[in-house]
Design a binder for this molecule. Structure first.
Ligand SMILES: Cc1cc2nc3c(=O)[nH]c(=O)nc-3n(C[C@H](O)[C@H](O)[C@H](O)COP(=O)(O)O)c2cc1C
Length: 208
């Protein structure tokens, strides 16, 4: 089946930050911010570090919901502490965010354990590559697009660059580190424009 993910800003080039909602065997709902990659047709992928509740629930139920939102409080409350129950719909057998612009129900078809590469994690924690098939998509509000953080990295580097000549050496070193980190992230999750922008920015920083 072909799903119209482009309507909610999703293409096969970038990676998006979503809120994954899952449910455990006792019906307890859980939410977490997790990246989403679309591979075309009904194919979706994500990578989840071991130790998370989301991974545990997905391993047991083989199902999750990727909610599309740009709400900073939902991202924060899903990452720090627990998202209160009132954020979810009343459904008993599935966890869905009430105010999601849209949501994608995914059935998991494969879970593969890997050792992480090219991440700043210094322990040997496994990461699980989770492949899924879209079961259904509900679009409540087409104007809420899936969130890609590439542009934010570019803007941060540009704002810092505009101050680069007037700050002290310590701050300059800090800005340079941010360029390196943003460039690392954008190579993984960005589109061709944000990648090109970072190349230009990096060259300019290196000149100055
Ligand atoms: C924007 C954002 C994106 C994230 N993406 C991922 C990801 O793709 N994979 C992952 O394992 N953790 C990711 N995390 C970290 C998890 O959200 C975090 O470990 C969370 O506490 C897991 O919650 P849980 O134990 O309730 O599942 C991300 C965090 C944020 C803020």
């Amino acid at each position: 089946m072909n799903f119209k993910l482009e309507k909610i800003g999703i293409n096969t080039e970038e990676r998006y930050e979503c809120i994954y909602t899952t449910i455990d065997e006792n019906g307890n709902k859980n939410s977490a911010a997790i990246g989403l990659k679309y591979f075309g047709k009904d194919n979706i992928g994500c990578r989840i570090f071991e130790g998370s509740k989301t991974l545990e629930n997905i391993q047991k139920t083989k199902r999750y919901v990727a909610n599309i939102t740009q709400d900073p409080l939902i991202f924060t409350r899903s990452t720090i502490g627990k998202l209160p129950d009132e954020y979810y719909t009343d459904d008993k057998d599935i966890a869905i965010l009430k105010d999601a612009g849209s949501y994608i129900i995914v059935n998991v078809v494969d879970i593969e354990e890997q050792k992480p590469e090219n991440t700043p994690m210094d322990n040997n924690q496994s990461i699980f590559l989770i492949k899924g098939k879209i079961e259904d998509i509900t679009i409540n509000d087409e104007s809420i697009k899936a969130f890609n953080r590439g542009l934010y990295g570019v803007i941060e580097c540009l704002v810092n660059f505009s101050r680069y000549q007037i700050v002290d050496d310590e701050k300059r070193a800090e800005y340079m580190e941010r360029v390196t980190e943003n460039n690392r992230i954008i190579q993984r999750i960005g589109n061709s424009k944000t990648k090109e922008a970072m190349q230009i920015i990096k060259k300019e920083y290196e000149k100055n």
